[in-house]
Ligand binder design. Structure first.
Ligand SMILES: *Cc1c(COP(=O)(O)O)cnc(C)c1O
Length: 452
């Protein structure tokens, strides 16, 4: 397993993260446990900021909170001076409860509900990334009624879709997100926004994909957006103030993944912008990374339970979590690496497959991972689980969601407690007619007598 950030094998042969021995963490907090390397998160945020500072461009780095959102995480985002991107009232509420300044939050999403828009206007969210014509007119009406102006970007689909190692240029831009270029919708939306009393158009947004390992897609998308900005300047007299080029920067889950250093993505964005806006004023450039901020910082710790050998085929080891705490292997065939956290210095001795404990054949965390001879009670650490794990976790099989700890300089802070059995029932309601009838002692005796 590749050791990211502050992860290392200590003198006892144990996996250590943020100066904390993970074997001790298992004793203290139990397993499964999401362990987060706080220094690594801050370091990644600073890499984006530093890289942009070097470009000399005006910029903002936003954190896409859907990757991992908790009170403590939101505090770190604010401390590091980033903007925050939310896509639901729940993410907004979490940020507000963390004391995140509303004017540094912006609201994304293709179907923001009426109540979400009203809530966001009420608390003074800084900006909306408007996704479609329905939202455009609704937001205009709501802001006008309040006598205010909502600051907006328009989400655009430039017809560039980036995947891991390549990109596709799609002609018809078939996506549920954003205004498309080909049919002229995006230009039309800009025209509408500029003539709306309740809206203040600041610029444009695009997000071309996720886990991207090359820069070509960003360059192409920025080129298309720059053309749009030029058109808007020439025919609408609108000067773009903000250009948000999205997130999607890749991370290393395993050795097949070869992400670029953050600085390389930023340099490519700068090049694209300088070429695209040649002869024009360059707008403020925004990025909104999620995975590349928190992904590598997370490691999940499990206890190995049962084992099963299918002779001549494979050996399964089962852990005390699975697709409820990490749905990504089942959803996306995501590949993870792992090690035995309690025997980190021992040489590998066998290849096993790691199964979760949930009732689905598809509940497999890793197919084929090389480990020392695995024993019942060993601690298995799965790396790179910081993004889209806790945020996608669920209670399938009424399995409780794990605790989350932030690890830093030898101190482990509990930032989300493990769910209790009672938590699982907190929303359950029992209608009167289904309530268990109190059976009196005499009745019970009567039943026994007749049966007897
Ligand atoms: C998901 C998403 C992001 C973050 O993507 P990562 O791959 O986690 O960096 C940014 N912007 C938008 C609009 C998104 O949907």
């Amino acid at each position: 397993m590749y050791l990211h950030g502050t992860s290392r094998i200590n003198e006892q042969g144990h996996l250590e993260i943020g100066g904390c021995d993970t074997v001790k963490l298992a004793e203290q907090f139990g397993t499964p446990l999401y362990m987060v390397d706080e220094a690594h998160i801050r370091n990644r945020m600073r890499q984006f900021v530093t890289a942009f500072q070097k470009t000399g461009l005006a910029f903002q780095v936003a954190y896409a909170s859907k990757a991992f959102s908790t009170l403590a995480m939101n505090r770190i985002v604010e401390e590091e001076g980033l903007l925050l991107d939310v896509v639901s009232d729940g993410e907004l509420y979490t940020a507000l409860q963390a004391g995140f300044p509303p004017d540094r939050i912006y609201f994304h999403g293709n179907n923001k509900t009426l109540s979400e828009l009203e809530m966001a206007l009420e608390v003074g969210v800084g900006l909306f990334v408007v996704d479609n014509f329905t939202e455009l007119s609704l937001l205009d009406r709501l802001a006008t009624t309040r006598g205010s102006k909502a600051r907006i970007l328009l989400r655009t689909t430039p017809g560039v879709e980036a995947h891991t190692h390549d990109y596709i240029q799609t002609g018809q831009e078939d996506s549920k997100f954003g205004f498309d270029y080909l049919s002229g919708q995006v230009f039309q939306a800009a025209q509408l926004a500029l003539s709306s009393s309740g809206l203040e158009l600041l610029g444009f947004h695009c997000h071309i994909g996720s886990q991207i390992f090359e820069t070509e897609g960003f360059s192409l998308a920025i080129g298309k957006m720059a053309d749009l900005c030029k058109e808007c300047q020439n025919s609408l007299g609108f000067q773009t103030k903000v250009l948000n080029v999205g997130g999607g920067f890749g991370i290393r889950y395993n050795d097949r993944d070869q992400p670029l250093p953050v600085a390389k993505y930023v340099e490519a964005i700068e090049r694209g912008v300088r070429i695209g806006f040649h002869g024009m004023d360059i707008p403020e450039i925004w990025v909104e990374p999620g995975r590349s901020i928190v992904g590598e910082a997370g490691t999940t710790l499990y206890t190995v339970g049962t084992m099963k050998e299918v002779p001549g085929v494979r050996k399964y080891i089962s852990v005390d979590g699975g697709m409820n705490d990490n749905p990504r292997p089942a959803l996306y065939q995501a590949n993870y690496e792992a090690m035995l956290a309690n025997r980190g210095a021992e040489p590998v001795a066998e290849t096993v497959s790691v199964a979760g404990k949930l009732c689905e054949s598809g509940d497999m965390l890793i197919w084929d991972v090389s480990l020392p001879q695995v024993k019942n009670g060993d601690l298995l650490a799965v790396s790179c689980t910081g993004a889209y794990n806790y945020s996608m976790a669920n209670n399938y099989n009424r399995v409780r969601r794990p605790a989350v700890v932030f690890l830093r300089e030898g101190v482990a802070d509990l930032i989300v407690r493990r769910e209790s059995l009672a938590d699982l029932l907190q929303n359950d309601q029992l209608p009167e007619r289904l309530k268990r009838k109190e059976v009196s002692v005499t009745d019970k005796d009567a039943v026994l007598e007749t049966e007897g």
